[in-house]
Design a protein around this ligand. Structure first.
Ligand code: ADP
Ligand code: MG
Length: 907
């Protein structure tokens, strides 16, 4: 097996108890281990169930069978914990039934009931699907409860047939089984949370690299852990042992009196890998690495040590972690003050952002449940923290600062689930090209273009803000106030007309609506006041009048949120007249969310406590308040939408598509663009509406094709498009002739092609002219990190000028289909406006759904560009398509495996 192949098929994943195991195909070098597993590490009972009776030769036969060269007919995977083979799963594909895998499964006795069998099966299912296997079959003894439990819990339908004490089990491996995916996700979540326990709820901690120097990082962290009230042992390690502050310092991790759950590595970068290995050997379960600037080899060793010894890793380049749970009280960071206990989960990639965020939250009085400075994210990422907060029973608001995404699809899936339960806010860092440059050098991770990030946030229901300020402003509202109705109608009440107008503008800019309010309010107001929206009470408003007015607006049902803008006036020097006093003397919790703007306030945002004991977010600027309200409205909309199923694309022919792709890649091992015929065949396999396109190798064929089109009832003109391999933009090269009405026009167009392109010309495509409509572009691109994205935009010849496009990560949901169309700036061109009918939107959505399906079915599809798709009231048709294929391993976004950080990949 080539090294490249080996690396592709080796995965690290978590067992149900959080142990890391390596899963990889078995080969001849594993023979001893397989023999040992079958002969020595299974009880007689397990062996009887496995081999239907105890035969002395069985283990040897198994080892021979599993560890030969892996041919086409056998798939065998082993799971390893360190050097120990803990289990094996294999399937044989009978020659006469290439869609069936005969399944067998073994887990060493002492590793049973920890999810190893299920994990092995998931990986085997993935590998088998890649080989075209559609169903697993297995013979089991009726008494083999363990195996039946594994099957039953898998999430796939299981059919059983009893035959003389044996049960024949059949498991169909349906690709699009949402039930299975949900089951895999849930197992992943549990395993992840189990593995994070040692990090976020450790019973004991060691700080490695505690120097005598006061103010050194190691010594600071140790002091903070001890002062923070951590109830377990907090031990110190330094090769020059002795004692500091009267507490012992041990010379090595191995010399500690007890094995710590968590080790904080405060050693310099070159020492990190060695210490990590020592921790692994000692049995430490989690590491936080503070150093930055690890070399490539040290990075690899660090990650390897963590995977080999089952340790979760935060960092490197981390500021540390903090857990405020009263039962843990762990302050293992050197950034700032131990955060107040509370309900906000905070994870940041940059330590500096972390310090700023914690300070500002503390200032608002928002407490923190746990804080993790992720640093370079070699292992633990935002995704892990979301899963932790989802179930920690304390967190009700998640704040993330992310510069890069390691496993964006897993993240998107987790976030989509978590955002249903609690708001997930992020600072979208690296939006600009310059920002991305900074992020790439800063975190050594792939920075991502804007459309892709937007797609991710949109699809996952994440609240994406543009600055730390906006994040804090939004958190202030979401933490203290209920969500508005999704409609997002706001009433502005101000005692200074000018501020009210600014607020109205800011709300409108943020996409909120200000309905005109009824005249009824007028009678509550002083002379000269305006009761429309914005409501201008004038400076003469008295506290009682203001209170009555607010109550009336609250109960009017005309609006879903209330923004109160107040400036102190000369009249208010009399406290009895102070409008702010009047606001605070009322309730902060009303039927609808309330925010206030006090433009003379010195800080950007704070919480004020009202008479009912609840908190009111108070901003100094109308724009900040408006943005926060808009985010709250967007979140309400997200929650109001039903959880969406994957988009349906009936009648896709996977088999034809796959054999076409296999054929092309055999002939072109490096990949490339499909020719017009191949393009048409592939798109048609998935029901994409390519217009009739006839391939003509010469002038005569082109003329006959045009004639045939007319005979078949096409009355209009035809288009003729020259083709040669490697062509890029046909129109620009003069390779498109449209509106050809007669045979002689077709003939002379072809001759002109021959003259212009000479020997390069391979032939031409003849198409009927499509009736005019709205020209769209639709397509798929593979992002290196995000996987396939489906694009929709305004297309045709003005594509670049309009630059109006939206993207979503595949697979698309039904909801994505609708929001993609709606999110285009040119959406009114599609949904109809006075004088123009709406186009056939279901036909446009169907193109998107089919592209999504094609991207999933054909991972080798690196680029598909349908431009234009001409959308009309009676349908949508594509007249130009380009498709590029490249060999790539099939990628299953639902396969459970730990991320491999780029920094730790082999060179
Ligand atoms: P390219 O994009 O490579 O320049 P196209 O095949 O997209 O070439 O042709 C350019 C433009 O010509 C299209 O955007 C469309 O406006 C028009 N066109 C091409 N083929 C047809 C057709 N069959 N029916 C109607 N219009 C067409
Ligand atoms: Mg085109």
């Amino acid at each position: 097996m080539s090294i490249a192949h080996f690396r592709r098929t080796t995965a690290e994943a978590l067992l149900a108890d959080g142990t890391t195991v390596v899963i990889r195909p078995l080969g001849p070098e594993d023979r001893e281990a397989v023999l040992d597993l079958h002969a020595n590490r299974m009880s007689d009972e397990s062996r009887r169930l496995r081999f239907f009776g105890v035969s002395r030769n069985a283990p040897r036969l198994a080892a021979d069978r599993l560890c030969g060269e892996q041919g086409e007919r056998l798939l065998s995977l082993g799971a390893w914990a360190g050097d120990e083979l803990i289990g094996e799963a294999d399937c044989e594909i009978p020659e006469d039934r290439p869609q069936t895998g005969e399944l067998a499964l073994v887990v060493a006795d002492r590793w049973q009931r920890r999810g190893a069998a299920t994990l092995l099966l998931e990986h085997l299912i993935h590998a088998a699907r890649g080989r075209g296997v559609r169903v697993f079959e297995a013979d089991t003894l009726a008494g083999n409860r363990g195996v039946h439990k594994v099957f039953a819990g898998l999430g796939l339908p299981v059919h059983r047939r009893l035959d003389r004490g044996e049960i024949r089990v059949r498991v169909p491996l349906d690709e699009s089984d949402e039930h299975y995916r949900a089951a895999v996700d849930e197992r992943g979540r549990r395993a992840d949370v189990a593995s994070l326990g040692a990090l976020l709820r450790p019973g004991s901690v060691a700080v490695v690299g505690v120097s005598r120097r006061a103010g050194s990082v190691g010594r600071t962290v140790l002091a903070k852990i001890r002062q923070g009230g951590f109830p377990g042992p907090a031990m110190a390690v330094n090769p020059r042992a002795g004692s500091i502050d009267g507490e012992p310092v041990y010379p090595s991790v191995g010399a500690l009196p007890a094995v710590p759950d968590l080790a904080v590595l405060a050693v310099p970068a070159p020492a990190v890998a060695g210490v990590a290995e020592e921790c692994g050997r000692a049995g430490v379960r989690a590491l936080v690495v503070l150093a930055s600037g690890l070399g490539a080899e040290d990075s690899r060793r660090l990650v390897h040590a963590c995977r080999e010894h089952s340790m979760r890793l935060v960092g490197p380049n981390s500021l540390g972690i903090a857990q405020t749970d009263p039962a843990v009280r762990l302050d293992a960071e050197f950034g700032g003050a131990f955060p107040l206990p509370g309900t906000a989960g905070v994870a940041v990639q940059s330590g500096g952002v972390g310090i700023a965020l914690l300070k500002r939250l503390a200032w608002l009085g928002i407490g923190v449940s746990s804080f993790v400075s992720l640093g370079d994210k070699y292992d633990v990422s935002g995704n892990d923290l979301l899963q932790w907060w989802e179930g920690d029973g304390r967190t009700d608001l998640a704040l993330l600062h992310l510069e890069s995404f390691g496993g964006p699809r897993a993240f998107a899936r987790t976030a989509r689930r978590v955002t249903r339960r609690l708001p997930v806010l992020t600072v979208d860092a690296g939006r600009s090209a310059a920002g991305r440059r900074g992020a790439a050098s800063h975190t050594a991770a792939a920075a991502t273009p804007t459309v892709v990030r937007e797609a991710l946030f949109r699809q996952a229901g994440i609240t994406a803000t543009r600055s730390i300020g906006e994040l804090v402003d939004t958190a202030a509202l979401l933490h203290a106030q209920p969500l508005p109705d999704p409609r997002g109608a706001v009433a502005v009440v101000s005692n200074a007309g000018g501020i009210g107008i600014l607020a109205a503008d800011a709300l409108a800019d943020a996409g909120l609506i200000l309905p005109e309010l009824s005249g009824e309010l007028e009678e509550l107001l002083p002379e000269g006041a305006s009761a429309r929206n914005p409501v201008d009470t004038t400076a003469a408003v008295g506290p009682a009048e203001l209170a009555r007015l607010l109550e009336k607006v609250e109960l009017s049902r005309a609006v879903d949120a209330l923004l109160v803008c107040l400036v102190p006036t000369a009249l208010a020097t009399d406290p009895a007249h102070d409008p702010v006093r009047a606001l605070l003397d009322g309730p902060a919790r009303r039927r609808i969310p309330v925010a206030a703007v006090l433009p003379d306030q010195e800080v950007p945002v704070r919480h004020l406590t009202c008479a009912d004991g609840n908190r009111l977010p108070v901003y100094s600027d109308t724009v900040a308040a408006a943005r926060a309200l808009a985010h709250a409205r967007d979140r309400a909309r997200w929650l109001a939408e039903p959880v969406s199923e994957d988009a349906e694309a009936p009648g896709c022919d996977l088999r034809t598509a796959r054999s076409l792709v296999a054929g092309f890649l055999t002939a072109n091992p490096a990949g490339g663009w499909l020719d017009p015929v191949g393009t048409a065949d592939l798109l048609e396999s998935h029901g994409l509406p390519l217009t009739t396109s006839v391939w003509a190798r010469d002038e005569r064929t082109a003329v006959i094709a045009a004639r045939a089109m007319r005979r078949l009832g096409h009355e209009g003109a035809v288009a003729l498009k020259a083709y040669w391999p490697g062509q890029v933009h046909k129109s620009a090269a003069g390779a498109v002739r449209t509106g050809l009405r007669t045979e002689s026009e077709v003939r002379s167009a072809y001759r002109e092609f021959e003259e212009s392109f000479g020997a390069e010309l391979a032939g031409a495509v003849v198409q009927p002219m499509a009736a005019p409509g709205v020209e769209l572009l639709a397509g798929v691109v593979q992002d290196r990190v995000f996987g396939p994205l489906v694009l929709l935009g305004m297309g045709g010849t003005a594509t670049e000028v309009l630059d109006d496009r939206v993207a979503r990560l595949a697979p698309l949901t039904e909801r994505d289909l609708t929001t993609m169309v709606a999110d285009l700036r040119g959406a009114p061109l599609l949904s109809g406006y006075p004088g123009a009918p709406a186009v056939d939107l279901p036909a446009v959505r169907s193109v998107l759904a089919r592209l999504s399906r094609l991207a999933a079915d054909v991972p080798e599809l690196v680029e598909a560009d349908l431009n234009p798709v001409i959308a009309r009231p009676d349908g949508a048709v594509c007249v130009d398509a380009r498709v590029r294929l490249e060999p790539r391993p099939s990628y299953d976004p639902y396969l459970r495996r730990l991320r491999r950080p780029a920094a730790a990949e082999e060179g």
